[in-house]
Each structure stands twice: as C-alpha cells, then as structure tokens.
Design a protein around this ligand. Structure first.
Ligand code: RB5
Length: 366
C-alpha cells in the first residue's frame, strides 16, 4: 500500500519506527518529515501535506504522529476529504476503520511505545470498512464537505503548502504528464496552468474601493491596492510558467535566477540573478515547474531574500514530498503553491510519477 507519513518533533521517534515497520511489511512510504526530534516543528503543515497526498489519491492512507495525535487530527481534518482519527489504542484503531473508514491514522508519540504504535498501525491497516449503515454516515460527511468546505480557505497565512485542486488545473496537469503530449501542447499547458495557479496564489491580494464611469452611469468597483508584484522564473523551465502568469498580470516586473548543480558537491550554485531594484517592496512569486529535491528552490528563495525580498511564494506544478520538506524547513515563511504532490524521487532526483524533465519537454531538447 502507498502510505504518506509525517510527524512533528514530538512524534519523530515513533514516525521513524513506523516507517521501518511499514517498509519491512512491503509498503511504499512517502515521508513528509519532520527530520529530527530536536528542532520544534509545527504539526499543521505536515498534517496538511499528508492529508493532501491522501485525498488526491497519491497515497492510499496517511499516518501522522505528534505528541498526542490530537493536533495532527485537527489539522488533517481541515483538508477536504480527510477522515483522520486519533487512535492510541487498538479498539479505537479497529473501529476507526470499520465504522468511520478513516483514511488517516494519528497517534501520540508521547503516549505510545514503539511496539504499541506498530500494533495499532498493523490493526488499522488490516481492518476493512464495514460499509452498510456506516456508508450513509460517511456520505453525509462528504455531502457537507462538498457544500461548505473550500480547499482554498485563508490563503493569507504564511508558510503553507497549498495544493491547487481546481478541476481545470487537475485536468490540464493530467494531459501534461502524458508522455505523448507534444512539445507545443506541453508549453501551452504549462502557461495555462501557471495562469490558473496564479489566479489562486493572488487571491489574498488587498483590494480597495473605487468608482468607474460606464457608458450608462457610475459603478462601484475594486482595484488592487497598490501591491507590486514580481515574477521570478528559475531558469530555464520557469520561463514558460512566467509567460502564462504575465498574461494575467502584465504589469508585474520579472526577475531571473539561474542555478546549476555543482558536480562535486551536488549543491546548487547561482550563475545569474537579476531582480527588480525594489524587490523588497514587491510580492515575489518564484516559479519553477518541478519541486524535486528542493535544493534549487531553497537556493532561489535565499537569492531573493539576500537581495531584500520579504514576501515570497513558490509556485510549482508538481512537488515531491522530499522537496517540500527541504523548502519548508529552510524557509518556513514561504507559501508553496503546487498542483500536485507526487510520490517520491528516484535515484536521479526525478519526481515519480512526475512528468519527466520539464525543461526538455518544454524546449524539445530531448
Ligand atoms: C508539541 O509539543 C505538541 O503540542 C504536539 O506534538 C501535539 O501533541 C499537539 O497536538
């Protein structure tokens, strides 16, 4: 089974033990962090990322560990489609599957021993949903979610991972992934998806009231309240995304960042960086289609910060859990907008299943 796993510092030890256990049992694990028990990690972002992996179908189940399991379940259950259950004993673990069809298990790292957690995980994975009368109750929850929950609530907070699950974005992304999609169509789709994503990424821009004369009278309207925007593509694949964004925001300034990977250290090295002079006053959107290891995204964010950039978002089409972790840990203030969180990276740093090499597919270089 494909399982998304995550914890905060208080759940780290149990998360690691659970990961070993799951792998031994032959499951495929995507680890959304955290990576140590020493550095405090706020549980909500990990919970959101794991819950998105589950509700998008990338993972079949999710397992989250914090001190008690409570914070993780509260946060995960904010994601449309998540049914996270706190299970610190076997009975509740069994019932959460049999009656509630829980798709996410949360546990208390400060409550359970490693052996107890393993037993709970094993029972939780093995127990099937009973259906029947319980089905009706789950359907009522799903109906409520469809009517009342938006996946785009409160975009004003900083440091969030926001999965843009709009049907148009998801539809176009599927075509983009298809290996038979031509270079021309691929490029057009990247522009369109980037435009749709920026539509969501700019949802929290401040507006102010204004009036405008129509041919027939005066209308009250809104304009964007003096916010200055900058789009910063990471060369080369980010360029096509920025074209799509500029169609919607033609007055945004554009910066460019070029990075290459040092063959010895494998660290990203900056070879080009030109940003608008007043970058510190602008809302900066760094764009790069693939968030793989996170190394170049983190370096691009650092490059913008070093030159004074303060309010920064990262917009990428597809992310790997590993890359999200790296960026969240190194730049916890940056919002990450992505259209999908995929399974994992392969040995060469490619996102699986991903879409291949975005640069090559955009420019027909392979
Ligand atoms: C962290 O100290 C703790 O509050 C957290 O792990 C969790 O228990 C919250 O529900």
């Amino acid at each position: 089974m494909k399982i998304a796993l995550g914890s905060d510092h208080a759940g780290y030890t149990i998360k690691e033990a659970t990961k070993d256990y799951l792998k031994k049992e032959g499951h495929e694990v995507s680890d959304f962090g955290t990576n140590s028990s020493d550095r405090p990690t706020d549980y909500p972002e990990v919970a959101f990322a794991v819950a998105h992996s589950v509700v998008s179908g990338r993972s079949e189940r999710g397992i989250l560990v914090c001190g008690t399991g409570i914070g993780m379940s509260i946060a995960a259950n904010k994601v449309h489609g998540a049914r996270a259950a706190v299970c610190n004993d076997l009975y509740v673990a069994r019932m959460s599957r049999a009656h509630n069809d829980a798709n996410i298990l949360t546990m208390g790292g400060r409550i359970l021993t490693e052996d107890q957690a393993r037993e709970i995980v094993s029972v939780w994975l093995e127990t099937a949903f009973e259906g029947g009368r319980h089905e009706r109750r789950i359907e009522a929850i799903e109906r409520y979610e469809r009517l009342h929950m938006s996946s785009q609530d409160s975009l004003t907070e900083e440091g969030r991972v926001i999965v843009i699950d709009h049907p148009l974005v998801q539809h176009k992304l599927t075509t983009l992934r298809d290996k038979t999609t031509s270079v021309k169509e691929f490029r057009e789709l990247v522009q369109e998806i980037a435009g749709l994503m920026v539509y969501e990424a700019t949802r929290s821009l401040q507006v102010e009231d204004t009036e405008v004369e129509t041919p027939l009278g005066t209308a009250r309207g809104k304009t964007i309240a003096g916010k200055k925007l900058a789009v910063v593509p990471v060369l080369r694949a980010g360029l096509v995304m920025s074209d799509g964004i500029l169609r919607l925001i033609p007055n945004a300034k554009v910066g460019h960042i070029g990075l290459y990977r040092d063959p010895e250290t494998l660290e990203p090295v900056e070879y080009y960086c030109k940003l608008p002079k007043d970058i510190e006053e602008r809302d900066v959107m760094i764009v790069d289609p693939m968030l793989a290891t996170g190394g170049s995204a983190a370096a691009a964010i650092s490059a913008v910060k070093d030159r004074g950039g303060k309010r920064i978002s990262l917009i990428c089409l597809i992310s790997a859990p590993e890359g999200l972790n790296v960026v969240r840990n190194s730049h916890p203030d940056v919002n990450i907008f992505t259209a999908a969180i995929d399974d994992h990276l392969d040995g060469h740093g490619y996102i699986i299943p991903g879409l291949g090499d975005a640069g090559d597919r955009l420019f027909g270089t392979r």
